[in-house]
Design a protein around this ligand. Sequence first.
Ligand code: DCP
Length: 262
Amino acid sequence: LQHSSQRHSINQTMDAIARVKRLSIEGNIAVGKSTFARLLSNAGRNWEVTPEPVSKWQNVEEAISQIRQPLPSPQQTAGNLLQMMYQDPKRWSYTFQTFSCMSRMRTQLQPPPVQLLQAGDVAVQVYERSIYSDRYIFAQNMFELGGINSTEWAVYQDWHSFLVEQFGPKVQLEGIIYLRAPPQTCMERLTRRGREEEQGIQLDYLETLHKQHENWFINKSTKVHFEHLKNIPVLVLDGSLEFESDSEMQTKFITEVTNFLQ
Ligand code: DCP
């Protein structure tokens, strides 16, 4: 009996997954992904936005203790991994990329909320970034810059591919929205928002990340390893526009995303 009810719930989950379209919003640091995600959360009642778990990376201990028992060694405090990575990239980039991808996998594996599935024929789940940009934008960039060495890169790619293959459709995306803007614009926004850990970031770092985005989404020269990503639809939007206080532009963006989903 337990077996058949388990099977029933797996079938329900798989059915639910099939009825949800999953999109990720991609773009350089500080381009405005969170603002855009908030905008999309108002696009329809069957849209759900999952914010990026940045705060978890800023306080690793708290993030972990919410999931399981406190860390085994009380004398040592697990700290602000985002800050550690920017202060000492060679020491901490691999650890950071492991933890950020893990926290995102955990989020992407959550089943879609029930109300989302009841609300309409097509439910839309929007993520800020994805386990794919973690790998093909950030980790790859850090490897190319020398913050991740070739052994760490091999290990990262191995577990990443293994987990994506194991989780299958649950972690797949149906489309990508690329908020595209010049690195200089992102630099200005980054300085304006003043997230403490990021204050040492230089324009040339944003330029390398911009190149990674362009290689994947525009030039299509990034080698991706998963079938579902090879021809994934990409909607490119002009992220340099200041849409936060422009309702006409917001409507235009929402229409573009809605059409993209058809
Ligand atoms: N980061 C990283 N590696 C990853 C993911 C993120 O180094 N795999 C870093 C870059 C930023 C911080 O984490 O310092 C958050 O990055 P995002 O660009 O994802 O988020 P933002 O808050 O900058 O997005 P936006 O301002 O566009 O909403």
